[in-house]
Design a protein around this ligand. Structure first.
Ligand code: SAH
Length: 354
């Protein structure tokens, strides 16, 4: 068994691609409790693959969660419109610029503006936030992660200076998409947004949660096939974690093993992709960030949001925003990376080849 499994991992590493059935067998095996030796083999191949492009460097992105208002009602998300327990906030332009100043002083050269689809935040307002940040910090990259919008708005923000856009597709399977989202949202529209973003010229990020309710090996195979087709510059993968005030309050979280296996498989299938080791991963396991890096990830996104709002951007239970999750504690992050043989890279960290 192990011999065949390792041959398939080697084939993935050589970028030969695997037939669907082989990939299915590989994932099924690697998720099983007794496959630890093969998993370690996979993780090593994945980090060697990352090292070919990124050496032992980890890029940092300063994450600014600028609004938790949202018009949508995604069943998994703690800031969904229907969650009446959420205490809502929206940062002012000055507060956002203060976050960037703080991050810049810490050495960061990429800022990510993330938020719900806030009906109180016009396209024009987002464009002026983008211009203000890019004028104040011309040597920094700016990433938006503000959900689904029109082609026109995406163009407006790109013209204002936004370089990158994160929009996880969440799942590439129609039935699974319906299990996670209300009728008002559609997989077709989310995918259209991703293709729009790519064609406009953003460095684009797609991705999905691991272990979300209704996810199966078959839906994961569709995710992998979709990513192969889209060829995004960034891929965000982290475990689903329930939030107590959502319809999925009692669903189990995604596991460490499944998340690490998928990070590694994605690394082998996309050798040069920018792949974060996420906050969700370090929320389910204390050293999750490091384990993600050791499975082939090469980006982390420390939290730069003002302390007063951090607990309000609660996408899932117990979301971490303290300790080495906080940009203010980059020294701790740096020490953790050094302990596993990695180093922080403070450059903009654009997608290779751009
Ligand atoms: N409104 C933006 C940003 C969403 S929050 C958008 O639509 O893209 C960023 C990501 O957090 C989501 O894409 C989702 O994959 C993840 N997320 C939301 N709820 C989560 C949960 N309960 N557990 C883990 N990840 C979650």
């Amino acid at each position: 068994m192990s011999g065949l499994i390792r041959r398939d991992i080697d084939l993935l590493e050589q970028n030969s691609g695997l037939p669907r059935e082989s990939l299915k067998g590989l994932l099924t095996h690697l998720f099983s409790p007794d496959a630890e030796d093969d998993r370690q083999y996979l993780y090593k191949k994945a980090r060697d693959t990352a090292a070919k492009t990124f050496k032992n460097k980890v890029y940092l992105r300063g994450l600014i969660e600028f609004t938790n208002y949202c018009r949508n009602n995604c069943y998994y998300c703690g800031i969904r419109a229907g969650n009446k327990e959420a205490s809502r906030y929206r940062l002012t332009q000055e507060q956002i610029l203060d976050c960037c100043r703080e991050g810049y002083a810490l050495g960061l050269h990429t800022f990510v503006l993330q938020g719900g689809e806030d009906p109180g935040c016009s396209a024009q307002h987002i464009a002026s936030l983008v211009s203000a940040i890019k004028e104040t910090f011309p040597d920094c990259a700016l990433t938006l992660s503000v959900g689904e919008h029109s082609h026109e708005d995406y163009v407006l923000w790109h013209n204002a200076g936004a370089d990158r856009f994160l929009l996880r597709h969440e799942t590439a399977d129609e039935g699974h998409y319906r299990r996670l989202h209300p009728e008002s949202l559609s997989l077709a529209h989310r995918m259209k947004c991703l293709y729009d973003l790519k064609s406009i010229g953003y460095q684009t990020g797609a991705g999905f949660m691991v272990g979300s309710p209704g996810q199966t090996i078959d839906t994961l195979l569709k995710d992998l096939a979709f990513l192969k087709e889209l060829q995004p510059e960034m891929i965000g993968i982290g475990p689903f974690i329930p939030h107590k005030d959502t319809p999925f309050a009692n669903e189990p979280a995604g596991t460490l093993i499944q998340t690490l296996v998928l990070l590694s498989i994605v690394r082998l299938m996309h050798p040069k992709v920018l792949l974060p080791s996420t906050t969700a991963l370090s929320t389910i396991v204390e050293n999750g960030r490091e384990l993600g890096i050791l499975a082939g990830a090469n980006v982390v996104m420390p939290n730069l949001s003002p302390g007063s709002v951090r607990k309000k951007y609660m996408l899932y239970n117990n979301k971490r925003s303290d300790g080495s999750e906080a940009a203010q504690h980059i020294d701790e992050l740096d020490a953790r990376f050094r302990a596993i043989g990695y180093e922080i890279d403070f450059s903009r960290g654009d997608a290779p080849g751009l």
